[in-house]
Design a protein around this ligand. Structure first.
Ligand code: ATP
Ligand code: MG
Length: 333
């Protein structure tokens, strides 16, 4: 029946929405929508909408409908999903969808995702916890009784989870992620230099010269900001060491979250994780040295997976194919 119905896996992220079909990523767009304020019609979605951010007149609103991994604006999320789903499956044939939600969200929050994807044109919709999808997407042996650990470092949420036998044994979610790291850099630059930089500039510093631990080679980068007192443009040069310092506190919160999850995990599973290591996924896993930081502070090897950005979407598509085995461990709707 190829061509009549599709099976899609969707990772509805705070920063990016990704759709997978089989092992292929077929959509990767920023979770951003531009709307005409007067008639509430969608002007652009994804990349085009993101490029309009901060550059449009009052007649257009550029919205980010997710916040910290959960839906903040239901209608805009539904419209975004409808457009992206139609783009890959046409208007006539409705796909079966598995879509990820962060671990530990409320039933109201997960029902909103389920409802939005059905309203957006899915025939059937199933939810899966993000760490479970990530583990499937990086091929961790979660079908066995031995323990695996995965950390999801997203833009809006951070999750640490131990899995075994197709399910989550222990986990925690922090409702903060990469965007919060950017905010810490903004605050650091303002306090130290009296210069205000935008979160977008802070993200650039983080990605280009940032790190979680001090590096052998220090890099520097000049960025434009605004003098806090005079209000005039003022350049400021930051170094790798300064970004490391700016990120100390949120990274401490991350290691504490991982530690708490390990504390709640049965010792038999912890010893499996010590042998096998913990998998770092999500855009935040690309921060230089974050594997070293976690390895050192937790005493358990942490490693960056091959597909940190796409594993959740790939795992949701895989999860749909494995539905009978997963079924009893999926969130109810
Ligand atoms: N090289 C890098 N170093 C540090 N952070 C990075 C790097 N590349 C991307 N990021 C960060 O990764 C985040 C986006 O990751 P990802 O696409 O996994 O998030 P998301 O799935 O949309 O969010 P969430 O899962 O929290 O809803 C952004 O905050 C971005 O700044
Ligand atoms: Mg994510």
């Amino acid at each position: 029946m190829a061509g009549f119905s599709k099976d899609l896996g969707i990772d509805l992220g705070t920063v990016y929405t990704r759709i997978a079909e089989g092992n292929r990523i077929i959509v990767e767009e920023p979770t951003v929508v531009a709307i005409d304020v007067a008639d509430q019609k969608i002007v652009e979605v994804g990349r085009q909408a993101r490029d309009m951010e901060g550059r449009v007149p009052d007649s257009i609103e550029v919205a980010r409908p997710l916040n910290n991994g959960v839906i903040a604006d239901y209608e805009i999320t539904e419209s975004l999903l409808r457009i992206l789903i139609q783009r890959v499956s046409g208007r006539i044939f409705k796909p079966n969808v598995m879509i990820s939600v962060p671990y530990g969200v409320t039933s109201v929050e997960s029902r909103a995702v389920h409802e939005a994807v059905l309203q957006a044109g899915a025939r059937d919709a199933y939810l899966i916890q993000q760490p479970l999808a990530a583990a499937l997407g990086v091929d961790l042996p979660i079908n066995s009784p031995s323990g695996s650990m995965v950390i999801c470092l997203g833009g809006g949420a951070t999750q640490a989870a131990v899995l075994a036998m197709y399910g989550i044994v222990s986990a925690e979610t922090m409702r903060s992620g990469g965007k919060s790291l950017d905010e810490y850099i903004v605050t650091y630059v303002r306090r130290k230099y009296g210069v205000i930089i935008s979160p977008i500039t802070a993200e650039l510093l983080k990605i280009k010269i940032g790190a979680a631990v001090p590096q052998d080679t220090e890099q520097g980068m000049e960025v434009q900001g605004q003098d806090q007192v005079s209000g005039l443009p003022r350049p400021v040069t930051l170094t790798t060491g300064e970004i490391v310092e700016a990120l100390q506190e949120p990274l401490r919160q991350l290691t504490e979250t991982c530690r708490r999850v390990l504390e709640k995990t049965p010792p038999e599973l912890v010893s499996d994780i010590i042998d096998r290591g913990m998998a770092l996924t999500g855009g935040g896993a690309l921060l230089r040295g974050i594997d070293k930081l976690l390895t050192k502070t937790l005493g358990i090897p942490a490693y960056l997976v091959d597909n940190p950005l796409t594993c959740v979407a790939e795992g949701t598509a895989r999860g749909l194919a494995m539905y009978p085995a997963l079924r009893r461990n999926l969130p109810p709707v």
